[in-house]
Ligand binder design. Structure first.
Ligand SMILES: [Zn+2]
Length: 530
């Protein structure tokens, strides 16, 4: 057993009686941070921040504490200003590179990322920003153009706050209550207010077991009803245990194609299982619809913008502006839906993968190293790029984070050849769209299934230096393209969180594994599918 630690955040809603105080605290904090950003938004400070050292102490050298601001609040405001400014350093580096070599805009984002040594997602992001600039015909310097804004929805408390020593706030637990104090503006001065809040069991246990409590935040959440609530976010450093030995892996081939998002398979030294197809047909349909609507709105907006140039009547212009505002709003709404859905896909998919790995008692999850992965083939190319780049950039981190909590390792293997080699006989053939037909042994497999088994075998070989023997049973899945598989098993949209019993039932239904699943049997005995 090896132990490592991760940071997990817990949230509780703060009692309403202190909201008036918090409103004032937030407005003071917001004002201060915005002031500081104005003050520090220049080449000089960014250069200083780029050097190592504690943000707060660097900035403290430059600015004096305003008299009406308590030193704790001052430090915290500086801290968050520093965080915001530091997040801009990399963006500016890319921006400078683009300004120096304007032809970079012509490359695709993967090439740019490689040249500038950054992530693909980030390169795409900055490139878009620059293309927008070019379209608008503006060419000003970075500092007049990209000033970061602070939404003011977060207040951090002191960076070295803990259960024992309090700065901005003292956290302690008595029986089942969390008690702390908070410095807020009261009248013309600052004063401490005491807050008591009932702590749910889960959080109390976590607080007890936590290695360290990091600086808590207070977050303002705007509800749909128009009201806002304040929540206390407590990040805890938690120790987790990961098994050294890897004996069974859940291998995953990611393939955000039209219907599915990935294929999983259980591999251990005794053999490997039938595939599990993670279907996301409905989600992709929805994403496509939203994206289509967004593109249509974009066309309309362009059209109106052209009209605006050619018209001189004031009344007409006014009307067009109104229409434009409306369209922008509509577009913004759709983007938000698009992003929410995308995030939902990521969250449920990673949850499902972890559930599978746990249900089959796997020690590790094997995935491809996504840095080397080619983008999948999709009908709607622009959407495909936007979705895949984002998905690939987030997937591994998210999966790792969740897996670590469960004590499951994540192994990433080089995807070289995984989709071109037959997992049974090991000879090389070419995959034809969704089907892999081995020229040597003549068997047919689903393309992604073949790849996922190869990934699992690779990971197993790397992790425990033993090879998995192919299972030579009577019914090795020789499947034709996924369509057939899908109609045969009538998969529903699987990307919803399933309860374990449902999951087990579903796994049994599709006879996912030949492996002896002792750990599963105890769950299924009472199940009607069992
Ligand atoms: Zn073969």
């Amino acid at each position: 057993m090896k132990s490592s630690s991760i940071i997990v955040s817990y949230e509780i809603t703060l009692p309403q009686r202190i909201y008036l105080h918090l409103d004032r605290l937030f407005s003071v904090f917001r004002r201060s941070v915005r002031n500081f950003i104005d003050m520090f938004w220049n080449e000089n400070t960014l250069g200083l921040l780029n050097q190592k050292g504690h943000t707060c102490s660097i900035l403290k050298e430059i600015v004096q504490r305003p008299q009406n601001l308590p030193s704790r609040v001052f430090r915290n405001a500086l801290e968050i200003t520093g965080q915001i400014l530091r997040s801009q350093i990399e963006r500016k580096r890319l921006f400078d590179a683009f300004m120096q070599y304007p032809c970079l805009v012509l490359y695709n984002e993967r090439e740019i990322a490689k040249r500038l040594n950054t992530s693909t997602w980030f390169a795409l992001n900055v490139k878009r920003q620059i293309l927008k600039l070019i379209r608008n015909g503006e060419r000003r310097d970075y500092f007049s153009l990209a000033k970061p804004s602070f939404s003011g929805s977060v207040v951090i408390t002191s960076a070295d706050d803990s259960l024992e020593k309090g700065q901005f706030k003292r956290l302690r637990i008595e029986k089942n209550k969390l008690i702390f104090e908070l410095k807020v503006p009261v009248g013309n001065a600052w004063d401490w207010i005491k807050v008591e809040k009932f702590v749910p069991d889960r959080l109390r246990k976590a607080l007890k077991n936590a290695k360290e409590i990091k600086a808590p935040l207070i977050k303002k959440v705007d509800l749909k009803s128009g009201f806002s609530i304040y929540r206390l976010v407590i990040p805890l450093e938690i120790q987790t245990k990961v098994k050294d030995k890897v004996e069974r892996v859940f291998a995953l081939d990611l393939s955000p194609s039209e219907k599915r998002i990935g294929v999983g398979v259980v591999v251990d030294s005794e053999g490997y299982s039938k595939p599990v197809f993670f279907n996301a047909y409905k989600m992709f349909k929805k994403l496509e619809r939203l994206y289509r609507e967004i593109s249509n709105l974009e066309k309309k907006i362009d059209h109106i913008a052209d009209d605006l140039h050619s018209t001189f009547k004031r009344e007409h212009k006014e009307k067009l502006y109104q229409r434009l505002r409306h369209l922008y709003q509509e577009q913004k709404l759709r983007w938000r839906k698009f992003k929410d859905l995308r995030k939902q896909v990521l969250e449920s998919f990673t949850n499902l993968v972890i559930l599978h790995a746990k249900a089959y008692n796997c020690d590790a999850i094997a995935i491809e190293d996504l840095k080397f992965k080619d983008l999948p083939d999709w009908k709607n190319k622009r959407l495909r790029r936007i979705f895949s780049i984002w998905f690939y950039s987030k997937f591994e981190d998210r999966l790792r984070h969740k897996a670590q909590r469960e004590g499951i390792k994540v192994l990433s293997v080089n995807p070289f050849n995984t989709s071109q080699v037959c997992h049974e006989c090991g000879s090389k053939s070419k995959a034809n769209r969704l089907e892999f037909a081995c020229e040597s042994c003549g068997k047919h497999f689903d393309r992604d299934y073949n790849a996922s088994v190869n990934i699992g075998l690779k990971a197993l070989t790397l992790a425990c230096k033993t090879k998995s023997k192919p299972y030579k049973g009577k019914d090795i899945p020789a499947r034709f393209p996924s369509l057939q598989v899908l109609t045969r098993y009538k998969f529903k949209s699987l990307l919803t969180l399933l309860s374990l019993s449902k999951l087990v039932a579903y796994l049994r239904l599709v006879e996912t594994s030949y492996l002896k699943l002792k750990s599963l049997l105890k769950y299924v005995s009472a199940d009607k599918y069992g």
